[in-house]
Design a protein around this ligand. Structure first.
Ligand code: PMP
Length: 362
């Protein structure tokens, strides 16, 4: 353990910095490790970013990100007052944890899910209670709802879940909303566009529902950092109160212009999303042919394990062949690999590399 500088606040000594190893600065890698979209964003988004730059960056951006909030609201049948914008959904999640989950009772989430929930809880000193997923890595929504009904500080679920890719139904989400009407249920829909069912239509009936989405995945804008939350006005007001306390701008001028144009280009969105989903289905079959067990995915990645090969060894062997996939050390999932869906060529190169590793020529 490294010495902790005496001037650090005690809580930050326990924080684990994000692994820069997942974003290596090596050219020509086939990068299937962080669930980015393999296709570029809409050309209209790139034009809009260029135009915004030419219009001038010397002025501050709109402190309310109204253009983006209106574009999101129009797409989902909401009002702009029901939408909050942030620099990637990670920032939106952080504000939501700060705004809603610092309660007397513990925050609930499952033990195999997006790792940043634990980080935000730690950052803000939020006690949490982790519900185990079952042997098939599925969330037990009945058990989660029963636990929530006994009193909790809120619930966070990713739908589809990460890193498993397994989706939940709206009946299951509604079960949680009804189990703790006095606390926020945050549904993180980072991957929902690849086959999941969004809970946004439930917002009208449930004042405790906050849905968080991102433009990093299905809109190919991970580099622009745009995420948003949707919910009834009192929840959005809570987030605005946190944001305003930092005197921060939700989005810069380039991000705002690019995001609005990307949201307006439905044809590009559908074409690239369909390509990812189609490639996912083909890759799943090829991986099964190689002996992998592939969990059912509604996301832009697959979560797989091989009964005869150690996942860490496979990840290292792939890396030697310039293919990056994600391996987690969490003991429940240490035998799995998470593979982001690339282009058809990238996935073919992955399958070739796996064939070499699993069936070396004799
Ligand atoms: N939620 C989940 C479940 C994710 O996997 C990610 C991306 N790693 C995020 C949120 C954050 O994405 P972004 O900050 O790029 O919007």
């Amino acid at each position: 353990m490294q010495d902790v500088p005496t001037f650090w606040s005690p809580r930050i000594a326990a924080l684990q910095p994000y692994l820069p190893g997942e974003q290596p600065r090596i050219p020509r890698l086939i990068k299937l490790n962080t669930n980015e979209n393999p296709y570029p964003p809409s050309p209209r988004a790139i034009d809009a970013v260029q135009r915004a730059a030419e219009e001038g960056l010397e002025r501050y951006p709109d402190p309310e990100s109204l253009a983006l909030r209106e574009a999101v609201a129009a797409r989902h049948g909401l009002s702009s007052a029901q939408v909050f914008a942030g620099n990637g959904s990670d920032e939106v999640l952080a504000h939501a944890f700060f705004a809603f989950f610092q309660q007397a009772e513990p925050l609930l989430f499952v033990d195999v899910t997006y790792s940043f929930y634990k980080v935000y809880a730690q950052l803000y000193g939020i006690a949490c209670e982790l519900q185990p997923v079952d042997a098939a890595l599925r969330v037990d929504f009945d058990a989660l709802a029963r636990r929530a009904a006994q009193g909790c500080g809120g619930i966070v679920v990713a739908n589809p879940n990460a890193p498993t890719g397994i989706g939940a139904s709206l009946v299951q989400i509604e079960q949680l909303l009804l189990a703790c009407p006095q606390r926020v249920v945050l549904v993180d829909e980072a991957y929902v566009d690849f086959g999941g069912q969004s809970a946004i239509p439930l917002i009208a009936r449930h004042p405790n529902l906050l849905v968080v989405q991102t433009l990093s995945k299905s809109r190919s804008l991970a580099g622009l950092r745009v995420g948003f939350a949707c919910g009834q006005v009192p929840l959005i007001d809570g987030l605005v109160r946190v944001k305003n306390s930092f005197n921060s701008y939700p989005l810069d001028r380039l991000a705002s212009a690019g995001a609005v144009a990307a949201l307006e280009d439905e044809a590009w969105f559908e074409k690239t999303r369909d390509a990812v989903v189609h490639t996912r289905e083909g890759l799943a079959l090829q991986l099964e042919d190689l002996g992998f067990e592939v969990l059912p995915s509604q996301a832009n990645f697959v979560f797989v394990r091989h009964p005869a090969h150690d996942a860490a060894v496979l990840a290292a062997a792939l890396r030697e062949r310039a293919v990056l996939v994600r391996h987690f050390r969490h003991p429940r999932i240490a035998q799995y690999l998470r593979i982001s869906i690339g282009t058809r060529d990238q996935c073919a190169a992955l399958v070739d590399a796996l064939q070499q590793i699993l069936q070396p020529a004799t």
